[in-house]
Design a protein around this ligand. Structure first.
Ligand code: BG6
Length: 792
């Protein structure tokens, strides 16, 4: 016992323990493990095995355990299934057979099934735990709840755990959550805030099992230990492209109710493959064991990723999928699912280090083989004149091989024409004897190969980390939202796209091959239409036109969202070119909010000939927060547009909301400063193009109803008050806006339909409806309204 405690203390010091959390983590005593969803598929496949492994590792540590499988079924129905699952657990090869049998018997004795449905069930569970502790005179160390249930049940279960099963202070509570964490940015945000009502952040462990894979967890250590070789080549001058691939042969049968709502992008790209991408590309932390630094560096990657739109993805669906959906969801034969089961997405990271390097993420069900890997393919600058088989003429690559495929085991491979890597610390070895296989086009003998000495299941690894309170391999809320922030616009833009139908397996041949052309990805071959035409439904194609008309007696352009944004972007570029050819510069004033994001993406990704060098970007309005905050309008424009285009720094004009280390204080004269800058640089203080939106209350810029918006006199810039937080704002006045050459008001989404209808009827009354005060004196007002907002 003394030796165990000593050992634990040594381990604690070696990890640089950080006080309370780790002390709790290491406290010996009784641990109750509850798997909610304990007879489900995941529990059956991985979780009970992982907890059995934990039990084996801990059996002599001084900790004691109880294991509870929780579920909605009544006890008598569930018990046979439950024990059948538990009987399936096994020991590693190194455990002698008799010892294994004994451990298994003990494990089964410590386990019980409980119905966990009502608040009373949770109260009974808590009473049971406490009674057991009392009867057996045990000190409690912690309670671990593993929620292996659909995400819609999380908030409710977390609430029950919080109100009935929270242990006494000094005893840890850990709640493990399985993906999916939401469906998109908004739902992830809602889920995070709901969970936050019941659980503290340090109590939540959001699992991405890829982070428990042995090779994935070694990506950063490998990059650090081989820094001297990698530093000179880990950049755009040397890297041709990065590929992160998860190919599967299985289909989605049996999981359709889940899968059909999610599809391959939400199921594996948004989480597993994105995690690998950040590990491969993030800046190396100075202190590898600093969770905060690693997270910070990962977040920088998310911030630098160029927006993803329709043209950065190709999607497919295996042919049998639609029938499976009809059967499992009881749909009619006319029902058509557009859920993709295959996707390839090309991302670009806007950092000097990776400029122009494509990062391709690929995954699909029913492909020709099961394999997962991340490969960094380097450019080969050698021109081989004669012997093309010589090793230096061959592709140069580093491969993080997650498993399966031709190699059948996890490994890190480096081609011999690159460098001889340092072998990882710990349980890794260099592999020198191989079967005769080839890996991604090269015989295995062309690689230096290293692999773990013992293969471990990802879930067992992560369960061990949860038990010891280590959070570095789990997903934080901030990180999760950053990832949804990247994927949500792509998912939205693909929501009514038809996936290419593929037959499955080897028959796919080259149907799913794609091209990478500049910033766009597309299928390389013409589609073979397998689907019967009478099964095609969805949006009609003749609606895709841009319509011109009048709205509130001004010009109006209307179309479906995507075409509308295309048109607006083209109009902005035309205005820019005209202004530059006439006077040498183009002055553009931009609004914040989410509506213009699609326009920013369009400009950043498609308008390569836009005269950014001669464009000055101004802000229409700003919230009184530091410009670096995510709420700042400038930050929005910066992240989604400015950092992706080549605009000179001195042409960018954020509003000076922060002066003298304080925000929007009248005496600091921020509004006046901005006005002077406009007067100094903009001819006649007339912007060439002002982009506005309109809020549900009729506000535009930061001019809100009841704010005496007509009362700013000759001022161009003013401090204003918003009814929503942050209340303080800086805004161009109606006077400034009405001096512009062109004013565009962009309105999109069904949510704005009612407002558009109402506005079409009201008279000009800027105090009540500030947007009705837009009447450019010598310029032109154009409303850009999408069909959703116009027609509802
Ligand atoms: C899961 C997905 O998260 O990952 C599955 O939901 C997918 O659809 C699986 O099959 C792949 O994991 P692994 O470990 O088999 O590569």
């Amino acid at each position: 016992m003394f030796a165990t405690v000593l050992l634990l203390l040594v381990a604690l010091c070696a990890q640089g323990g950080n006080g309370k959390e780790e002390q709790e983590a290491q406290r010996l005593g009784h641990v109750s493990v509850v798997i909610v969803g304990g007879t489900g598929d995941l529990a059956k496949k991985y979780l009970w095995q992982g907890f059995f492994q934990l039990y084996i590792n801990q059996v002599n540590s001084g900790n004691t355990f109880s294991f509870y499988g929780g579920g909605l079924s009544p006890v008598d129905q569930a018990i046979p299934v439950f024990f059948e699952i538990l009987k399936g657990v096994s020991c590693n090869k190194d455990v002698p057979v008799e010892r294994c049998a004994l451990l298994k018997e003990q494990f089964l004795r410590l386990a019980q099934y409980r119905q966990l449905k009502t608040p009373e069930d949770y109260q009974d569970l808590a009473k049971h735990i406490e009674q057991q502790l009392k009867e057996e005179g045990m000190v409690e160390a912690g309670r671990l709840f593993y929620l292996s249930v659909p995400a819609f049940a999380y908030a409710d279960i977390a609430d029950k755990v919080n109100s009935s099963c929270r242990p006494a202070s000094g005893v840890w509570l850990r709640v493990v959550l399985e993906k999916p964490f939401g469906h998109d940015f908004r739902s992830a945000q809602i889920l995070a805030s709901q969970l936050g009502n019941s659980l503290k952040d340090e109590e939540m462990y959001r699992i991405d099992h890829y982070l428990g894979k042995q090779v994935v967890s070694k990506i950063l250590p490998f990059r650090i230990q081989n820094k001297k070789f990698l530093d000179p080549i880990w950049n755009k001058h040397h890297i041709e492209r990065v590929e992160i691939v998860l190919k599967e042969t299985l289909d989605a049968k049996g999981r359709i109710p889940f899968y059909d709502q999610y599809g391959v992008i939400r199921d594996v790209l948004q989480n597993h493959l994105t995690e690998v991408m950040t590990l491969l590309t993030m800046r190396l932390p100075v202190n590898q064991s600093s969770n905060e630094e690693v997270l910070r560096n990962k977040l920088k990657i998310f911030r630098s990723l160029q927006p993803l739109g329709k043209n950065q993805a190709v999607i497919g669906q295996y042919q049998a999928y639609n029938n499976e959906v009809q059967e499992e969801l009881n749909k009619t034969k006319e029902y058509l699912s557009l859920t993709p089961t295959f996707a390839a997405v090309m991302a670009h990271i806007d950092m000097a280090q990776y400029d122009g390097v494509p990062v391709v993420l690929i995954s699909g069900k029913k492909l020709d083989e099961r394999v997962g890997y991340a490969r960094v393919l380097f450019k080969n600058d050698i021109f081989c004149v004669q012997n093309h088989n010589s090793v230096h003429c061959k592709p140069k690559q580093v491969i993080f091989y997650f498993g399966h495929g031709s190699l059948q085991y996890p490994a890190i491979l480096v081609t011999k024409n690159l460098f001889k890597p340092v072998v990882m610390d710990g349980e890794w070895k260099e592999v020198t004897e191989h079967k005769d296989v080839s890996v991604l086009g090269l015989p295995i003998s062309d690689y230096y190969v290293q692999a773990p000495t013992v293969q471990r299941e990802a879930y067992s690894e992560l369960i061990a980390q949860i038990f010891s309170g280590r959070k570095d391999s789990f997903i934080s809320a901030e990180h999760l939202l950053a990832s949804w922030g990247l994927w949500t616009p792509l998912l939205d833009s693909l929501s009514s796209s038809y996936p290419r139908i593929y037959p499955g397996g080897a028959d796919n041949a080259n149907l799913l091959d794609f091209h990478l052309r500049g910033k766009e990805i597309s299928y390389a071959n013409e589609a073979v239409v397998i689907i019967a035409p009478d099964q095609m439904g969805g949006p009609s194609t003749d609606g895709f036109q841009v319509m011109q008309g009048k709205y509130r007696s001004a010009d109006m352009v209307s179309a479906w969202a995507e075409e509308l944004v295309e048109r607006l972007a083209a109009d902005v570029q035309a205005a820019a070119e005209a202004a530059v050819s006439e006077g040498g510069t183009f002055h553009l004033a931009l609004s914040g909010g989410s509506t213009p994001l699609a326009l920013f993406h369009r400009l950043a990704l498609y308008h390569f000939s836009f005269p950014w060098r001669d464009t000055h970007v101004w802000m229409v309005d700003e919230r009184c927060v530091p410009l670096t905050e995510s709420e700042s309008n400038f930050r929005n424009v910066h992240d989604h547009l400015l950092q992706h285009v080549r605009i000179p720094y001195y042409n960018i004009h954020p509003m000076p909301v922060q002066l003298n280390q304080r925000l929007c204080v009248e005496e600091d004269g921020g509004a006046l400063l901005y006005e002077r800058e406009v007067n100094k640089l903009v001819n006649g203080s007339s912007f060439h193009f002002v982009l506005l939106g309109v809020g549900y209350d009729g506000h535009t810029a930061s001019l809100f109803p009841g704010g005496k918006v007509d009362g700013h006199g000759d001022s161009l810039v003013a401090f204003t008050e918003s009814p929503a937080k942050p209340h303080q704002r800086m805004s161009l006045t109606l006077g400034a806006i009405n001096r512009a050459h062109k004013v565009a008001v962009l309105v999109m989404g069904k949510g704005k339909h009612e407002l558009i209808t109402q506005l079409s009827r009201v008279k000009d009354n800027p105090d009540k409806w500030p947007v009705t005060g837009i009447r450019p004196a010598n310029g032109r007002l154009v409303w850009y309204i999408d069909y959703d907002a116009l027609l509802g």
